[in-house]
Design a protein around this ligand. Structure first.
Ligand code: FES
Length: 314
């Protein structure tokens, strides 16, 4: 996990029917908040001691504040719930510097697609795109459009007209998905099933997988493979060689050998453990790297090797 630093809860506001929005400011003596690019997230040490990742949903061009939106989750292990129910204005929280595994690529047009609380990283993108005069639309699928988080902001100026709300994909996919266009980027965030359905629909319609940019805000189930083989990890900078046995992650094997590894979610969804892959082929199990990125990078917390040996820039 990255080093945490203190921030002050500047405001706590209800957002929609079941979310809480936190506005965070720099703690006295800590200097300004680190700047972030749209799509970034931070780790938050919750009041019950669990670390959770939340997208920064405020304006990336506002240097004074961070905003997070937290959904009360019935199935939560207590992290999100403890933030929703106990955080008050004036409290100190500890968070990590922003990390970004969901950057806006350069494109002529943008189709943003959110499922539920997956709206959060797209909000900072919309603010940036609107300011840049870019061509964008948002399709926001939410079970209860009347009580959806950020509804009022999205249906008011300057966004209205660009925002389309629907209850579910049963009402139809965004029409733009049936017209593949090489100058358009699709930015997609939501529950796993929603994202898989939208991605598959887009790719079947002719979009290239690299045009569909995704962020998983909840880990998918990690699969254990019975046929895992041991492999060797060579560290290019020191020349050391570490064996990763079946059932252990690369990160686990490196740490067991006394090598420090930066970790956060440990589930392949945040990008904290990604390092350059210099040689060999990865068996990638993360959800943050594109196919292109996987050719030259690897997430140490979850991925393994397809070749007997891989070389890392460590
Ligand atoms: S620690 Fe989050 S992707 Fe590996």
């Amino acid at each position: 996990m990255s080093a945490l630093f203190p921030v002050i809860v500047h405001d706590v506001m209800p957002e929609g029917a079941d979310c809480v929005r936190l506005r965070l400011a720099a703690a006295p003596g800590q200097g300004a908040l680190p700047r972030f690019a749209p799509g970034a997230h931070v780790d938050v040490l919750t009041p019950v001691g669990l670390v959770r990742q939340y997208s920064l949903c405020g304006d990336a061009d506002d240097p004074g504040f961070y905003e997070l939106c937290i959904k009360r989750e019935a199935a939560s292990r207590g992290g999100s719930e403890s933030l929703c129910s106990t955080v008050e204005k004036g409290m100190e929280l500890h968070i990590s510097p922003p990390r970004n595994a969901f950057m806006l690529p350069a494109a002529q047009h943008y189709v943003l697609i959110a499922g539920g609380i997956g709206i959060t990283p797209l909000l900072s993108m919309m603010a940036r795109l609107q300011r840049q005069g870019a061509d964008w639309t948002l399709h926001y699928y939410t079970r209860t459009p009347d009580q959806a988080p950020f509804r009022n902001r999205l249906l008011a100026a300057p966004y209205m007209g660009r925002v389309h709300m629907a209850r579910s994909l049963k009402q139809g996919y965004p029409a733009a998905l049936s017209r593949p266009d090489t100058d358009t980027a699709i930015m997609l965030c939501g529950p796993d099933g929603f994202m898989q359905a939208v991605s598959s629909h887009a790719i079947a319609a002719g979009w290239k997988p690299a045009q569909v940019h995704t962020e998983y805000f909840r880990p998918t189930e990690m699969v254990t493979h019975d046929d895992e083989q041991a492999f060797k990890v060579v560290l290019a900078r020191s020349g050391r060689s570490i064996t990763v046995p079946p059932g252990q992650s690369i990160a686990g094997a490196l740490m067991a050998a006394g090598i420090a590894v930066s970790l956060s979610c440990e589930q392949g969804m945040c990008g904290a453990c990604v390092v350059p892959l210099l040689a060999g082929e990865g068996a990638h199990r993360d959800m943050v790297l594109s196919e292109e990125e996987q050719a030259c990078s690897i997430a140490l917390c979850c991925s393994r090797a397809r070749t007997p040996s891989i070389t890392l820039d460590l």
